[in-house]
Design a protein around this ligand. Structure first.
Ligand code: ADP
Ligand code: MG
Length: 341
């Protein structure tokens, strides 16, 4: 952004769980994808972290909305408000006065024409003058420093909140991809349901998410140095409403997450099956890259590696990989033919 430039340039990772904005190579906004809307006049009262804190607490006066579900826009109006609100959160020193905004927004690789249109419209309504789009796995690959234009196959598995995106990239294009609606949010709801069913304790998503982060595991047997302490869950008894507190071990959570993780494994295998042999050889040699918040689940990369006999590598800072790549695309807009207008 030069002194005499009147175009603000931003990259947006519009995730189902988190929205990240990059400006001049820096993360300037990193907030949960939530808006709080007043039911009386349909106006936005809060966005991001502040709105997230209102989940379940606003009664009928304020409703909290996650505008993206399963990777696509579920609530168009809320999404537009959210993008607008997030753009306003860009710190002053990174923001131009009444700018014309050029943006690169990433979209899930399985998006239909209609879904892509919805992202474009939302972005334009929120102030984007010049909107480009990039597929998420492509952005993730760039964000972890892979040369996406080389004649070499790379496989990316991005496990976000609502979707898991699996793609093979070579020569600047997606060679094959799978997008399934099983990801981090499903792990959370598996835990919530399990706590009710097995322990009669009523927990909501924020607590289930805490359990996942503290004692979540993809393996029932973790290496000694990765074993977390049991986590004490406090909540009402589902039947009597009396308080309960129950220590939960990682082994229990591993059992409860097994089904969802198996579905992700099946999707990865299906993508591998569809991969041309030359690229398959590259992937086995270089390993499969895990990005997105779900990649942080304990034991996940080990479990996949053992199951498929291919190394799985968790990206550094997996939560920001897609955003970083989207930022790189923004800086080289004219260079990359895979950006869509
Ligand atoms: P999206 O791109 O869909 O917004 P993200 O890549 O931001 O998703 O990942 C969000 C998901 O990652 C959420 O489901 C969150 O619970 C999960 N997550 C974040 N940190 C961890 C962790 N340490 N262990 C397991 N899951 C995590
Ligand atoms: Mg994402």
């Amino acid at each position: 952004m030069g002194l005499f430039s009147f175009t603000q340039e931003i990259a947006i990772d519009l995730g189902t769980a988190n929205t990240i904005i990059i400006c001049d190579d820096k993360v300037v906004v990193d907030e949960p994808s939530v808006v709080a809307i007043s039911t009386a006049d349909n106006k936005m009262v809060a966005v991001g972290r502040k709105a997230q804190q209102m989940i379940g607490k606003g009664g009928t006066i304020i409703r909290t909305v996650r505008p993206l579900r399963d990777g696509v826009i579920a609530d168009f109006y809320a999404c537009e408000m959210m993008i607008r609100g997030m753009i306003k959160m860009i710190p002053k020193q990174n923001r131009l006065f009444t700018p014309s905004i050029r943006m690169v927004v990433c979209i899930p690789s399985g998006s239909t024409e209609v879904e892509i249109r919805a992202v474009r419209d939302s972005s334009e309504h929120a102030g984007g003058r010049d909107v480009y789009m990039i597929f998420e796995p492509m952005a993730a690959a760039m964000g972890i420093g892979l040369d996406v234009e080389a004649p070499v196959g790379h496989m990316i598995v991005d496990i976000g909140g609502g979707t898991t995106e699996i793609a093979v990239i070579s020569l600047g294009g997606l060679v094959c991809n799978r997008s399934i609606r099983i990801a981090g949010d499903d792990f959370t709801s598996d835990i919530r349901e399990y706590m009710g069913r097995m322990h009669n304790i009523k927990v909501d998503d924020p607590t289930a998410e805490l359990i996942k982060i503290n004692v979540g595991s993809a393996l029932t047997e973790l290496p000694e140095d990765q074993v977390p302490e049991d986590f004490l869950v406090v909540g009402p008894n589902r039947m009597t409403a009396l308080p309960l507190s129950i220590p939960i071990s990682y082994q229990e959570v591993a059992h409860c997450l097994d089904k969802s993780i198996s579905k992700i494994e099946a999707a990865i295998l299906s993508a591998l099956e569809a991969t041309p042999p030359e690229l398959y050889a590259d992937i086995v040699r270089n390993g499969i890259h895990l990005t997105g918040g779900g990649a942080l689940l304990r034991g996940l990369s080990q479990r996949f590696s053992e199951k498929m006999n291919i190394p799985f590598i968790v990206a550094d800072d997996p939560l920001h990989a897609v955003a970083r790549g989207t930022g790189l695309a923004l800086k080289n807009i004219d260079k990359y033919s895979f950006l869509m207008r």
